[in-house]
Design a protein around this ligand. Structure first.
Ligand code: FAD
Ligand code: SF4
Ligand code: SF4
Ligand code: SF4
Ligand code: SF4
Length: 413
């Protein structure tokens, strides 16, 4: 039996899943067990499509098919939480088990507190995440830096700070991620700034950091983060589907050091990226200049996990004059006002922007400032964002009585 707070090495007892899984197949086995045992009605996972650059989100109801999604795709940059809302009715009428990266889990919480996802119906299997590379950058990087035809690559890995590719002919080639990133390749910019490395707000947090010795690469380090996670893992162990072992002290130390090093790296990239925006009116000028390329394609809104409204204010003619490209700056101001306190830095609004506008950088920079002011940290629990705590009638009364538009005394020392 495992309990909340436990940490174990886990791996699959099924030879096929053990072989196909990224690090011993524990996650695939847990998903399969959840489906077989009736704990959930479906599994939502990410399958490899045409090639390694094609990550396909898939709803699976047949336990025999769960194995098809085994393995990690670092060149797949999906955000599963928004798809939960769009495709799966927010798990309101179906129980679903799902593997989720840090940003996916954060998005689940932000949508849940906006009543767009029912977390009671979801088993969240968190995946540690060092970062993902956009498919376009991955192809370019493999061609230009690895000097390999991207179509010949059958597997990619990120291990010990290296991006490693394996070709059809069995050739392995690795280059240090730091070197690739210094030259403008490597992980997405938001991933470099990300500090949600081990998603402990999920039911289980699974990854390879801290798996050492003969189990390295063949087992996953699982942190049990909730009762729900403990029940799933205990059930799978009891059914003989998963084998576990206690990690040695040294493994915990190495895992802690790796996580800390990744958090420091995130801070380094934040400092670098935010400094590139300048301060105050310079920053505003830069944002206005960059967003003047906007063609109002709405991809930033469509894919943002914080944007959930049926009637979007950016479509109200009295707020944003219709038929104008680029749209008036108010289009972007509305998003900054509605979202910036809750932005989870998932990168979708940047990656999918038709005009390559660094929207996620602008929004993340604002979120970090707002977090310093108000202490609200998005995506980690069910706490409501700052704006949700303001009641409109009370606020109107206060404005009328005091004439002040300052909701919070942000200049208090
Ligand atoms: P498997 O049994 O192989 O199952 C993996 C599951 O991950 C599958 O269900 C699959 O659907 C899902 N999946 C694959 N790609 C994605 C994706 N892009 N988004 C969401 N789900 C996906 N662990 C670390 O300790 N350090 C890291 O830096 C790290 N980085 C990672 C980066 C990414 C993008 C991913 C997906 C995982 C990362 N992991 C990391 C976790 C690690 O690679 C393994 O997923 C984990 O150890 C579980 O191994 P397993 O054999 O049990 O998983
Ligand atoms: Fe992973 Fe963070 Fe990038 Fe999400 S934003 S893919 S959790 S590194
Ligand atoms: Fe993600 Fe952009 Fe929305 Fe922030 S604003 S949560 S980076 S899509
Ligand atoms: Fe809702 Fe504002 Fe996003 Fe529009 S921009 S969907 S109104 S949060
Ligand atoms: Fe404008 Fe880019 Fe948003 Fe499209 S995705 S509306 S181009 S900012």
């Amino acid at each position: 039996m495992v309990a909340k707070g436990d940490m174990v090495y886990a791996w699959s007892t099924d030879a096929d899943i053990l072989a196909k899984g990224e690090c011993g197949g524990a996650v695939t086995t847990l998903l399969k067990y959840a489906l077989e045992s009736g704990m959930v009605d479906a599994v939502f996972a990410v399958k490899r499509g045409q090639d390694i650059y094609d990550a396909v989100p898939t709803l699976i109801t047949d336990p025999a098919e769960v194995i098809e999604a085994a393995g990690s795709l670092h060149t797949g940059t999906l955000l599963l939480s928004k798809l939960f809302k769009k495709w799966l009715n927010g798990a309101k009428d179906m129980r679903i088990a799902v593997p989720l990266k840090g940003c996916d889990v954060m998005g689940m919480y932000e949508l849940a507190k906006r009543q767009q996802i029912n977390l009671d119906n979801v088993i969240m299997i968190g995946l540690n995440c060092g970062g993902t590379v956009s498919p376009v950058t991955a192809r370019k990087m493999i061609k230009e830096k690895f000097e390999i035809d991207p179509d010949n690559v059958v597997k990619e890995e990120i291990d010990k700070g290296q991006f490693i590719v394996i070709t059809k002919d069995g050739e392995h080639k690795g280059i240090k991620m730091d070197d690739l990133e210094d030259e403008g390749y490597g992980r997405r910019a938001n991933c470099r700034r990300c500090k949600m490395k081990i998603p402990r707000q999920a039911d289980l947090a699974c990854g390879n950091w801290g798996v050492i010795g003969e189990k390295a690469g063949k087992a996953t380090f699982v942190e049990v983060c909730s009762e729900k996670g403990a029940n799933l893992l205990s059930g799978a162990v009891k059914a003989g589907a998963i084998a576990t072992e206690a990690p040695i002290e040294k493994a915990l130390e190495i895992r802690g050091k790796t996580e800390n090093a990744m958090l420091k790296l995130g801070d380094k990239w934040r400092a670098r990226d935010f400094a590139s925006l300048g301060e105050g009116s310079d920053r505003l000028k830069k944002i206005m200049e960059d967003t003047s390329r906007c063609i109002k394609c709405y991809q930033c809104i469509e894919n943002c996990p914080i944007c959930y409204c049926v009637e979007c204010s950016t479509k109200k003619p009295y707020l944003v004059e219709p038929g104008k490209v680029p749209p008036p700056f108010m289009f972007h101001l509305i998003r900054f006002a509605h979202i910036s306190d809750s932005c989870i830095n998932c990168g979708q609004c940047q990656e999918l922007c038709a005009m390559d506008i660094p929207n996620a950088l602008f929004m993340h920079a604002l979120q970090v400032e707002l977090e310093k002011m108000f202490g609200f940290k998005p995506g980690v629990n069910m706490d409501l964002p700052v704006l949700a705590l303001v009641e409109e009638p009370t606020e109107r009364e206060r404005l009328a009585a005091t004439g002040s538009d300052q909701i919070f005394n942000i200049f208090q020392s």
